[in-house]
Design a protein around this ligand. Sequence first.
Ligand code: SF4
Length: 299
Amino acid sequence: MEIRRLSDELKRTYGQKIYRLSLSSGCTCPNRDGTVGYGGCSFCSMGGSGEFAAPLLPPEEQIRLAKERVRGKMPSGMPEEDWRFIAYYQAFTNTYGDPERLKALYSETLRQKEICILDLGTRPDCLGPEIMDMLRELNQIKPVWVELGLQTVHERTAERINRGYGLSVFEEAWRNLKDSGLTGIVHVILGLPGESADDMVETCRYLAALDPPPDGIKLQLLHVLEGTSLAEEYRREPFPIMPLEEYADVLIRCLKVLPEETVIHRITGDGPKRLLIAPKWSGDKKRVLNYLNQRIREA
Ligand code: SF4
């Protein structure tokens, strides 16, 4: 099967390869500071699911440092002034904070000429009217992507992983985002405790039926990471972890139910190896990606 991959879409739109720079907004998360809950989502590590982000510095400086980190990946013949990037604020909840401060930070980010997209990881319960106004304004300057960590549509799983909001909150946020012309990307985790393959496919079926469906999706393998409450749960009462072959099976089933227009941002996860407890096979990222891509081609 053919899938619509993010890298191809970006190349089509910008005529060149676009890389991500991981940046920090200094935001915390309402599911950690007690506003919604304590302890965070059970799978979330202390880095707020963004282990590769930069320390909190002015955007220009963060971008300069992040560029140094990706320098080795850049096409050798391309002059530095032609490099283009997605400014990716991934860790914690990047619309949770004083809207004025955030507006200044993100406007400054978008002023940098090498940045062509602003990409914010957040929660659907952190998109109030002031934040939505800010996002709409920023989206007039350059495209703004909003990434929502839904993970599952099943309320019993959402409770078990301590997600801290119900599906109706996601649905309202989705309507607002799309009515505002923003690009919406949804995160789904495959392999959450207590979920069958059919449950995971059902989450994707639900997303496919949204009007409009997600602009992009990240299908991520569940990682059990050191220091998370999921790790404690796993040690206390180990739940089944999918072998690679089974992950590929369910991934392909999910890809098959998603609409053609949804761009596939990810087909597995990107957890820090030093914290990885399970599945161990996911540590060999190259082998995993090769295998998954081969299975997708054959599907
Ligand atoms: S909402 Fe995001 S940052 Fe907050 S606890 Fe959950 S995964 Fe971590």
